[in-house]
Design a protein around this ligand. Sequence first.
Ligand SMILES: Cc1cc2nc3c(=O)[nH]c(=O)nc-3n(C[C@H](O)[C@H](O)[C@H](O)COP(=O)(O)O)c2cc1C
Length: 239
Amino acid sequence: MRENKNSTVLWDTEVDRSVLRKKFHSKTVSRRDYTSVQIKKVKKQRKWEAKSGIHLPKRDAKNDIERLLVSRRTRRVPSNREINLQDISDLLQFAAGITDEKHQYFSYPSPGALYPCTLFLSINLAGFKEKIYRYNPYKHQLEEYIDASMKRIELIVIDEGLRKFPIKIFFASDYQLLEDKYGELSYRLLNQEIGHIAQNISLYSEYLGINTTCIGGFYEEQFKQYVPNFDLLYVMVVG
Ligand SMILES: Cc1cc2nc3c(=O)[nH]c(=O)nc-3n(C[C@H](O)[C@H](O)[C@H](O)COP(=O)(O)O)c2cc1C
């Protein structure tokens, strides 16, 4: 039974708009002891049916944005570049922060301007605590979300080599407002938004001379021990 502002309705016929997402999400989670996800080697060539069309002339990069796009690569070892608080602040401001204070718009596009993705960070650098921080873009600050030892945080990342990066960025969501508005479409939209943020972080880090790797291989339940109300959808290591 559902209470309505004006009346009480006997049957709630509106379906739970999060059912599909919960089912899909739960079926694709990697666990330390078990995974239903099978990663297989693919030996086949990618098919591309040849068609005639308009030839597009390629040329060398000639300005900063083109050179940045050309140079972006997944770099699986940390750079030797020293990273300070200002670098982290700049990275978050320009790649994932509010760039239009008046309208509260961010540096990346978002479905319905709802900004459903929240960034959590672990930072193994001088001056930072053994905490999971949450980036608050509204105040542009790193909030001390919860205590967490670096060693345990590292275990979220499956690849041991990638655990060595000093900064780990966790892309998470509690789906606030999103499913009320977009229902079953939400999961796609959320992941699309996350892709934009990750690309901003990749490119801006490349510009700073800092290495990054985007990671689909992570143990979400390790993260949820600390942040139970958010799903973990993507991880980046930066350093
Ligand atoms: C969604 C996604 C998930 C990825 N997951 C991993 C990962 O778990 N581990 C890893 O080493 N690289 C990962 N990568 C990086 C890809 O392997 C890499 O982008 C690809 O090999 C192309 O190389 P490039 O990024 O240097 O152009 C991922 C990339 C994307 C977009």
